[in-house]
Design a protein around this ligand. Structure first.
Ligand SMILES: [Zn+2]
Ligand SMILES: [Zn+2]
Length: 146
């Protein structure tokens, strides 16, 4: 599953939030995206289109979408929260050099393995975070040390 404007509008209405052009712009900016933008990033991208936009509006709109599992909020980066419009189970890799976040497939046994633990009835959410250097940054550091 991933965020669509139609689902997003429905969720905002359910949550009693007003459907404003700013909120539509935020959803449009998130839809189909795979670079996991932060609130600040969305804010700076949308500011030219929506001069009255505030970071608080970006946050609370995404929060409302996250409540309905239309957007995932990632805490992989200790410096900021990143948003992910893809809610399919998948893990993430963070490059410690350039802070790029890359989607990685999640081994199915992870979640299922937990479910057979005696003290756990069911698992509905799994976060897998990996940290390291991306190919681009690894390449650069080889060049720099040569
Ligand atoms: Zn990198
Ligand atoms: Zn992702």
């Amino acid at each position: 599953m991933s965020l669509t404007i139609a689902d997003g509008v429905k969720q905002l209405q359910t949550a009693g939030a007003k459907i404003t052009s700013q909120r539509i712009a935020i959803m449009k900016a998130l839809e189909g995206r795979s670079d996991h933008p932060s609130a600040e990033q969305l804010y700076y991208e949308l500011k030219p289109l929506c001069p009255k936009l505030s970071i608080a509006t970006v946050y609370n709109t995404v929060q409302l979408l996250a409540q309905a599992s239309l957007v995932r909020t990632l805490s992989i980066d200790d410096r900021k929260i990143n948003f992910d419009p893809s809610t399919e189970p998948h893990g993430h890799f963070l490059c410690k050099e350039c802070r790029k976040i890359i989607d990685i497939p999640l081994p199915h046994e992870k979640a299922n393995g937990l479910a057979v633990h005696d003290d756990i009835a069911s698992v509905d959410h799994t976060e897998v975070f990996h940290y390291g250097a991306c190919a681009e940054c690894a390449e650069k550091s080889i060049q720099n040390s040569a």
